[in-house]
Write a protein that binds this ligand. Sequence first.
Ligand SMILES: [Zn+2]
Length: 75
Amino acid sequence: MNCVVCKMGTTVLGTTTVTLERGVTVVVIRHVPAHICENCGEVYLESEASKQVMEIGEAAAKAGTVVQIQEYRAA
Ligand SMILES: [Zn+2]
């Protein structure tokens, strides 16, 4: 797909590290599958990965976790 940020690059499938903050909670999820722009580095998560990342963040926030670092696992 074409990058909507720089409108010049095309995206390639790779992995990225996602950091979420919810109040006092910080969640770092490594190796999340994503489309990454070859030109500007903008990251596009697929809807499934994005949804799962949000769920992990919500669960950590509810549990009152301060810092959580984990690997991404596909559902
Ligand atoms: Zn771009």
